[in-house]
Design a protein around this ligand. Structure first.
Ligand code: F6R
Length: 614
C-alpha cells in the first residue's frame, strides 16, 4: 500500500523518482506526487489518479532540476483520492515535505493540537500532521533526522515516512515502523523505496531496515539509527533478480507475464530442496527436527489468495504429516481465543511479507509462545524477520495486484513443508516421501502443458464478458481452488462470483442456479472415486436446473462429458497436487474476461498489492 521512493545523488532526481514510482505503482494508484529540492528551494507536483496524470502535469509545468527528490504513489486511507490529499505534504513554511505509507492512528489528536497552535492544514490526511510536527521540531534544533526521531516517538500506528528539508539540501530522511522501507546503496548516490523494484535498475545492493529505525541518506553514505538515536545494526543483502524481472517482457500486462512464468517459478521453489538421496532438506527453515517432532498442532494464518493456499495446505499436512491443522484468516485470528502453546506451529503465508493482518497474527502467536514459520516471497520483508524460520517461495517479483505465480509457489512450499514434517516425524516412509517429491518435480512440465492449451479458455472468457455472475464449485482441495477462481474474477472483472464446496449446494446456494448461469466445476481425479462421483452428481443437479456448466477435469475423464457445456482438460496428477493445474485455467479465465471488459488487470480498482494497513 502506497509506494515510496527517495533519491539523492548526481542524476536528475525527477527522472529517477518517476521511474521508481512507475515500478511501484502496483502498490497504489489513487494519486501520485513528487518533491524535488532544487536551487530555488522545494518544488512539488501531485495529481489524483494514476502516475500518467502526474507525468502529464509535469510536461505542462516542469519542476526545476535537482539531484535530490522523493515520490509517492497512494492507496488512500485518510481523505479522498484527490489532488489535495495526494502526497507530498508540506508544512506552513513550505520548507519541509513528507510522504507516508501506513496509518497514523493518533493523527486526530495531533492535528487538533497543531491547529490550536496556529498551523494551517490543507488536506484531510493523517500524513500532513507529520510535516507540521517536523516544522515545530526543526525549530528545536538538531536537524531533520533528530526532528524526525522526536516526531516518530509521538506517532502511533504503522508508518514509513520520508522527508526532505530545504535547510539540508543533501539529505533525505526515512523512518520505519511496521511498514516496508529498503535502502539501495549506489556509488555516489543512494535510494530509499518501499520495494527494491524501484531502484533495481541502478543498484542491487540493499539494506534491510528494522523496526523503529531512522535512515539518513546522503550522496556519499547511509546512516541508520534507532528512534532513540543510537546507531542501529542493519542487514545488507544483494538482490538476486535484475531489472528484466520487474518489466513486462513483451506481455501486455504483468499478470500475463506472471501467469506464463509459473512453470519456472514452481521449479525454482523446488530448487535446492531435494538432496541427492531424495530426502528433503529445508535448511533455511531454522526450526530444528526435534522442535518439529514436538509439534502437536499447526495453525495457518494468511489473507486472500495466500489464505486459499493455507486451506489447501491443511489437506496436505493432515494427510502426510498426520498433524491436526487449523486455517484462519489472519485478520480474524487474534480476535478469537485460539488455544496455542509452545508445541503449536503457526505457519504464516504471505507473498509480500508485509501484510499487516498477517504480521499482527504472527505477533499474537508469538505472545502465546507458539513456534512461527513464514512462507514468503519477498526477501528483506518484515514477516521472515518476525518468524523463527522461513521458507522463501522464490517466485520472483510479483507486480500484478492479483496474485498468480505466488499462489502456485506457496502451494509448492506447503507441500514441501508437509512432506518434510512427514519425513522428520516418520508419518510416511522415506520412499513414499521420495515418490511424492518426484511427482512434485514433474509439476512445472504439467503447468506448462496447461498453459499451452488455454486458447479455448480465453475464448470462453470473452464470450462470458456480458454475464453478471459466475459460480465456482469444488470438493476437497478443489474447494479452495473454487474460492480462488471466484476471488480472481471478483477482483479483476468486478463481477459477482462465489466459490462453494459442492456438497454445500443443497444447503442453500442451489437456489441461485437459474437458466444460463455459468458455473465452473473443478472435478477431482477419477482415482478419488467417491469424491469424483459425488461431484459428477452435483454437475447433473445444477445442469438440470439450467446452469451452463464449465467443467475442469483431468484429461480423458469421459464420465463428465455428457454434463459439461464446456470441458477444460488438465493433466492427470495426484489429488493433493491438483490445485497446481486446476488453478491456472481460472487465472487465465479471470484475466481474459476482465480484459474483454476493458479493465486494467494489473491495477484493479480499489485494490493495492501489499496491504500494509489492518
Ligand atoms: C488476490 C491477492 C490478495 C493477497 C492478499 C495477501 O489476488 O493478491 O488477496 O493474496 O492481500 O497478500 P500477501 O500474500 O502479500 O500477504
Amino acid at each position: 500500500m502506497c509506494g515510496i521512493v527517495g533519491y539523492v545523488g548526481g542524476r536528475p532526481a525527477l527522472d529517477v523518482v518517476i521511474e521508481g514510482l512507475a515500478r511501484l505503482e502496483y502498490r497504489g494508484y489513487d494519486s501520485a506526487g513528487i518533491a524535488v529540492l532544487a536551487e530555488g528551494g522545494l518544488a512539488t507536483a501531485k495529481r489524483a489518479g494514476k502516475l500518467v496524470n502526474l507525468r502529464g502535469a509535469l510536461e505542462d509545468e516542469p519542476l526545476p532540476a535537482g539531484t535530490l527528490g522523493m515520490g509517492h504513489t497512494r492507496w488512500a486511507t485518510h481523505g479522498a483520492p484527490n489532488d489535495r490529499n495526494a502526497h507530498p505534504h508540506v508544512d506552513c513554511t513550505g520548507s519541509v515535505a513528507v510522504i507516508h505509507n501506513g496509518i497514523i492512528e493518533n493523527f486526530a489528536a495531533l492535528r487538533g493540537e497543531l491547529e490550536e497552535a496556529g498551523h494551517k492544514l490543507g488536506s484531510d490526511t493523517d500524513t500532513e500532521a507529520v510535516a507540521h510536527l517536523l516544522e515545530d521540531e526543526l525549530k528545536a534544533g538538531g536537524g531533520l533526522a533528530a526532528a524526525m526521531r522526536r516526531v516518530c516517538r509521538r506517532l502511533e500506528g504503522a508508518f514509513t515516512l520520508v522527508a526532505v528539508h530545504t535547510g539540508d539540501p543533501d539529505l533525505v530522511v526515512g523512518a520505519r515502523r511496521n511498514s516496508p522501507l529498503v535502502v539501495g546503496v549506489g556509488d555516489g548516490e543512494n535510494f530509499l523505496a518501499s520495494d527494491v523494484a524501484a531502484f533495481i535498475a541502478h543498484t542491487r545492493d540493499a539494506i534491510e531496515l528494522g523496526q523503529d529505525q531512522i535512515v539518513e541518506l546522503r550522496p556519499g553514505g547511509v546512516t541508520v539509527t534507532g528512534f532513540d538515536g543510537r546507531p542501529a545494526e542493519v542487514k545488507e543483502y544483494h538482490v538476486d533478480w535484475d531489472v528484466s524481472a520487474a518489466e513486462k517482457d513483451g506481455h501486455d500486462y504483468f499478470m500475463l507475464k506472471e501467469i506464463a512464468e509459473q512453470p519456472r517459478a514452481v521449479a525454482d521453489t523446488l530448487l535446492g530442496r531435494i538432496g541427492a538421496d531424495g530426502r528433503l532438506t529445508l535448511d533455511e527453515m531454522r526450526i530444528s527436527d526435534q522442535e518439529l517432532r514436538e509439534v502437536d498442532k499447526i495453525i495457518i494464518v494468511a489473507c486472500g489468495t495466500s489464505f486459499h493456499a493455507g486451506l489447501i495446505a491443511k489437506y496436505a499436512i493432515e494427510h502426510w504429516a498426520g498433524l491436526p491443522c487449523e486455517v484462519e484468516l489472519a485478520s480474524e485470528f487474534r480476535y478469537r481465543d485460539a488455544i496455542l502453546s509452545p508445541t503449536t506451529l503457526v505457519i504464516a503465508i504471505s507473498q509480500s511479507g508485509e501484510t499487516m493482518d498477517a504480521l499482527m497474527a504472527v505477533r499474537h502467536a508469538r505472545e502465546q509462545k507458539a513456534k512461527l514459520l513464514g512462507i514468503c516471497n519477498v526477501n528483506g520483508s518484515t514477516l521472515p524477520r518476525e518468524c523463527d524460520g522461513v521458507l522463501y517461495t522464490h517466485a520472483g517479483p510479483e507486480i500484478a495486484v492479483a496474485s498468480t505465480k505466488a499462489f502456485l509457489t506457496q502451494l509448492v512450499a506447503v507441500y514441501l513443508i508437509a512432506l518434510y514434517i512427514a519425513q522428520v516425524r516418520g508419518t510416511k516412509w522415506g520412499d513414499e516421501v521420495f515418490a511424492m517429491v518426484q511427482l512434485l518435480e514433474r509439476m512445472p512440465e504439467k503447468v506448462e502443458k496447461v498453459l499451452e492449451t488455454m486458447e479455448p479458455v480465453r475464448e470462453l472468457a470473452r464470450s462470458l464478458a456480458g454475464e453478471r455472475c459466475v459460480l465456482f464449485l469444488g470438493r476437497h482441495v478443489g474447494f479452495p481452488v473454487a474460492l480462488e477462481g471466484a476471488l480472481k474474477l471478483k477482483e479483476l472483472a468486478y463481477m459477482h462470483a462465489e466459490g462453494f464446496a459442492a456438497g454445500e449446494l443443497k444447503h442453500g446456494p442451489i437456489a441461485l442456479i437459474e437458466q444460463g448461469l455459468p458455473v465452473v466445476v473443478i472435478v477431482p481425479p477419477r482415482a478419488r472415486d467417491v469424491l469424483h462421483d459425488k461431484i459428477v452428481s452435483n454437475i447433473q443437479e445444477i445442469r438440470a436446473r439450467g446452469a451452463r456448466t464449465i467443467v475442469i477435469a483431468e484429461e480423458g475423464d469421459r464420465s463428465v462429458e455428457p454434463y459439461a457445456d464446456t470441458l477444460i482438460g488438465v493433466p492427470a496428477v495426484p489429488t493433493l497436487l491438483q490445485p497446481l493445474v486446476t488453478t491456472v485455467p481460472l487465472q487465465v479465465f479471470a484475466c481474459e474476461l476482465a480484459t474483454a471488459k476493458g479493465h486494467d488487470v494489473d491495477q484493479p480498482r480499489n485494490l493495492a498489492k501489499s496491504v500494509t494497513v489492518e
